[in-house]
Write a protein that binds this ligand. Sequence first.
Ligand code: C6P
Length: 420
Amino acid sequence: MKPIEEILERENKLSAYDLLGCRHHFPVLRQQVNGKPLVYFDNAATSQKPQVVIDTIMRYYQEENSNIHRGVHYLSERATRAYEAAREKLQKFINAASYEEVIFVRGTTEAINLVASSYGRTNVKRGDEVLISALEHHSNIVPWQMVCEEKGATLRVIPMNDKGELQLDQYEKQLTNRTKIVAITHVSNAIGTINPIKEMIAMARLRGIPVLVDGAQAVPHMKVDVQDLDCDFYAFSSHKMFGPTGVGILYGKKSLLEAMPPYQGGGDMIKSVTFEKTIYNDLPNKFEAGTPSIASGIGFGAAVDYLKNIDMQGVATYEHELLTYATEQLSSIRGVRIIGTANEKAAVLSFVIDGIHPHDIGTILDDEGIAIRTGHHCAQPVMQRFGVPATARASVAFYNLKDEVDVLVRGVHKVIEVLG
Ligand code: C6P
């Protein structure tokens, strides 16, 4: 690999923002793995963290550590202010109308479970339908399956074509007066398709059907404005957008959240408790029972501050260039087949190699210092649709380089040499 500065200087010319500066913010990327410079292409699983996020978490434990919303002492008030400031940063980041619409959860999975449990169990009845898509991650399938099973409702699935694009003509027909909620992913984690969710939300809205969007793979790669999308719920995880693990956001429209029963009971979600009756707290606390991951919430705020200084349109353009380049390079190798060839894709490149198991691809690439994910990516129905048990998946972030794509391509040649 060429000296990093030389590569970055060249890459910088390609991008609309200061890539040179950005890459240096991620200390983990400076290391060698198996004697080779680390090439991190597993960003869809979790992204790396900039120094400012790491420092914020460390400072919290060194200077602020205390429980929030509970104490009148200095540290508790300081921690509470920092945690609530993070909520406001997130509110602005997704352009939610109010901080009350921004619920801290453990991550995308918990956000969807919250809606399925609270909204779903209240509103889905026998004979109703819940509509999801063929591109969903298990966390936007299983919670709905559980509700449907319990209530005697039916789970319907919007089909996709051979490129991995949802079939909107079918979707239109599937929206009926039995449909109680639509739950769709913004970007597929398994094959990278960007769904036309604004259009899909508008189609559901015409029939008065609420829409939950799984934004786990969208928020790190593009500007998301929940008011512009007009979605009812939007779920995402901090750890995929350069923040810490253990925290995420459920955005929900205030009128819906107010009408929903609490998801879990415990401390902080109450105004008063007697053995006879509990009065629940106002939004957002009504959905935040127990001590949250305070350091992670504050670190999440630091990640949002970091992203605010980055041109997200520039990120989307640059990542698109990387993805296009990687797609061209990999698909020109004999025996390599790209899984998912939608016209609109973000950050994810899934592929298989004739006669070689994806796990073996992952192992040989790891020897070269390259981190990718192999397996079903928690999206088994997507694998079934394409008739493969698993894929190798390279997923990019804005700190990745074209030169790293070249390393990946050389690695794939090696895989074929060794195992083909
Ligand atoms: N996908 C991947 O490697 P959590 O685990 O709650 O932060 O996110 C769950 C989730 C939900 N929806 C989508 C579209 C996702 O991609 C993920 C997480 C990771 O693809 C881990 S399985």
